[in-house]
Design a protein around this ligand. Structure first.
Ligand SMILES: *Cc1c(COP(=O)(O)O)cnc(C)c1O
Length: 374
C-alpha cells in the first residue's frame, strides 16, 4: 500500500534517541510509579489545558470513569443520575457513564461539526439529567453559549471528553474564561492511547480540572482509595500512570505543536485539492483551533469509494462504523432515532493524516479522490 493510514513506528522514530534516554533514566532511577516524571507531566498538561490540576491516570476511559466516580463519592452526582453524551462518539465516552451505573442520554450530532448538536439539549432535559459530556470529536471543540447556558440553568456538571483534542481552542470561552479544550468545563479526560495526537507507548490518560476537591478525590480513588499510605477513604481502584509512560509523554509533548502543525498542513492540502462533488469535506472553522485527530470526509457510496481508494494505494479507516447505540452492549438504544449520527456512521471515511503522510501526499490522494466517479 503506497499511502498507509498511520505508521506508529514512523511517528515515534524522530524521537527515538530522546525516548530511549528518557526510558533509561526511569529504569536507573528505580522509581516506576509516583515519580518525578509523573508529577512534571501533570504540571505540564495542566498548563497546556489552562487548568489548575492534572492527575495522570491509566488511560482515557479510566479518566472519564474516575471523574464520574469522584463526583459520586463527593455527593455531587449520584448513580441514578442521567448524563447527556453525544451519540456520535467513540463508545468509551458512553461506557464511562454506564460503568458508574448512570444512564447515558444520547444527543444527535450536527452535520457540520459532527459534534453534539447543542440545540437539541433543551429537549433532552429531564430532572434526572445532572451532567453533560461534550466530546471534542476528531479534534474539533464542542463548546458554545447554548451548552453553557443549559448547564448553568439546570446546574449541570460539564465533563469534557478531550481524548481527541488536546491543544485545541474553542471560539467561546469556558466556565473559567479560558479557551483551551480540557479546561472549558468542570473536569475533563485526556487519552494518551498510542494513536492519539499525543500518544504514549502504551496506555495512559489524565484528568484535568480546576476543582481542588475533585482532583483530590480522583487521585485517591486511582490509588486504592487512599488519601495517605495504608489509609483508605474510598473503595478505590488502581488506575495510575507508569513513570515510564510519563517520561515518554514528556518527550513527545515538546513536539505536540510541530505534530499538530504537520497535520494541519496535510488537512489544508486535502481541503484545497478535493473538489469531487460526491465528497463532503469536514468544515474548517476560522474562529476556533481544530487540532485534527481525524480528517473525516463523507461519501454516500462509502464502501465503493473505500474500495476505489484501496485499489489506488490509499488506506482509509472509519470512525466509527458502528455508533454506540448500534452496539450489542447497548441493545436498549438500538431503536433510537439519531439520523445525523446514523448518516455519519454510514458515510464517514477517515483519510490518512498521521505519519508518514505529508501535505504533498495529501495532494496526490486528493487527485485520486477527484477521479472517483461513483
Ligand atoms: C480514545 C478515546 C477514549 C478512550 O481512551 P483510552 O485511552 O483508549 O481508554 C475515550 N473517548 C474518546 C472520544 C476517545 O477517542
Amino acid at each position: 500500500m503506497k499511502y498507509k493510514f498511520l505508521d506508529l513506528a514512523k511517528a515515534n522514530e524522530p524521537y527515538m534517541e530522546q525516548l530511549q534516554e528518557a526510558a533509561c533514566n526511569v529504569i536507573k532511577s528505580g522509581r516506576y510509579l509516583h515519580g518525578e516524571q509523573t508529577s512534571l507531566l501533570e504540571q505540564e498538561i495542566a498548563g497546556l489545558c489552562e487548568a489548575k490540576h492534572c492527575v495522570a491516570v491509566s488511560n482515557g476511559l479510566d479518566a472519564l470513569r474516575l471523574i464520574l466516580r469522584a463526583y459520586i463519592e463527593l455527593g455531587v452526582l449520584h448513580n441514578e443520575d442521567h448524563v447527556i453524551v453525544p451519540a456520535n462518539t467513540y463508545v468509551a465516552s458512553v461506557l464511562a457513564i454506564s460503568d458508574n451505573g448512570m444512564t447515558p442520554c444520547l444527543c444527535d450530532a450536527r452535520p457540520d461539526t459532527m459534534n453534539m448538536d447543542t440545540s437539541l439539549l433543551e429537549n433532552l432535559m429531564t430532572p434526572a439529567v445532572k451532567a453533560i459530556m461534550p466530546v471534542h470529536l476528531y479534534g474539533t471543540p464542542c463548546w458554545d453559549e447554548q451548552l453553557m447556558a443549559i448547564a448553568e440553568r439546570y446546574n449541570l456538571k460539564i465533563i469534557e471528553d478531550n481524548a481527541q483534542a488536546i491543544g485545541a481552542k474553542s471560539s467561546t470561552p469556558g466556565i473559567n474564561g479560558t479557551v483551551t479544550t480540557g479546561g472549558l468545563g468542570h473536569a475533563s479526560a485526556i487519552s494518551f492511547y498510542p494513536t492519539k495526537n499525543l500518544g504514549a507507548l502504551g496506555d495512559a490518560g489524565a484528568v484535568v480540572t480546576n476543582d481542588d476537591e475533585l482532583a483530590k478525590a480522583v487521585r485517591a480513588i486511582a490509588n486504592y482509595g487512599s488519601d495517605r499510605r495504608y489509609h483508605n477513604i474510598y473503595l478505590g481502584l488502581n488506575c495510575r500512570m507508569d513513570e515510564i509512560q510519563a517520561a515518554m509523554l514528556r518527550v513527545k509533548l515538546r513536539y505536540l505543536n510541530v505534530e499538530n502543525m504537520r497535520r494541519t498542513e496535510t488537512v489544508a492540502a486535502y481541503d484545497a485539492n478535493i473538489t469531487n462533488p460526491l465528497v463532503m469535506k469536514p468544515c474548517i472553522f476560522d474562529d476556533m483551533l481544530q487540532i485534527w485527530h481525524q480528517y473525516v470526509i463523507r461519501v454516500k457510496q462509502r464502501d465503493k469509494m473505500r474500495e476505489y481508494l484501496e485499489k489506488n494505494g490509499v488506506m482509509t479507516d472509519i470512525h466509527y462504523a458502528t455508533p454506540p447505540h448500534k452496539q450489542p452492549c447497548y441493545r436498549r438504544f438500538m431503536s433510537y432515532r439519531l439520523p445525523v449520527t446514523t448518516a455519519i456512521a454510514d458515510e464517514a471515511i477517515s483519510l490518512p493524516i498521521g505519519h508518514p503522510i505529508t501535505a504533498s501526499d495529501a495532494q496526490e490522494i486528493a487527485k485520486i479522490i477527484n477521479g472517483f466517479k461513483g
